[in-house]
Design a protein around this ligand. Sequence first.
Ligand code: MD6
Ligand code: FE
Length: 206
Amino acid sequence: MHLNEEFTEGFKFMPGYFGRQEQKELVETLRYLVKEAPLFTPVMPRTGKPFSVRMTNLGDLGWVSDRNGYRYQPQHPTSGENWPAIPKVLIELWEQVGGCPASPEACLVNYYAPTAKMGMHQDKDEETFDAPVVSVSLGDTALFRIGGVERSDATQSLKLNSGDVVVLAGESRLCYHGIDRVLGGSSSLLKDGGRLNLTLRRVSPF
Ligand code: MD6
Ligand code: FE
């Protein structure tokens, strides 16, 4: 389906924002950073059910989920080390597409094996919604679903390919969204397959 351009104010879909060479360089950078801050498997609050994605973070703050809830914290949950810095290329992306005077504080890195998915959710653990959330997709194509600010609102689907950027800002900032599935084998970017999604966020009011 083609996403309605009048979908919701503040939603931006920028297919092919990063070219193949930039994607490769970003993956190399991420491989190095993920050695410093290894991917971990978060679990759902209360139930402890594991997520199907594995995650890590970059920046002053990182988003984590465990039995106690969802929150942002400065340290990796297993190593206790601070998260590595957000690479310059992602800070520049934020400046180019985010339209926000304040810098991003967190970059959540989600790794999807070809069987992983992400339920419909709102990104609302931040202390401010005045800043956008900016996402980058790398590797296998994903089927992304986005609705409105109410869970019951109608939804539309679009394919996120490697190099694509999505911005949720303005009225779209709190729209429900999720990943229905990953199309395994659709990209050769990641040598072991699967998909990386990076989401840049501002947590603190500015
Ligand atoms: C994903 N994306 O693409 C999941 N959140 O794997 C998100 O949850 C997301 O793409 C906020 C803004 C943009 C996004
Ligand atoms: Fe999200």
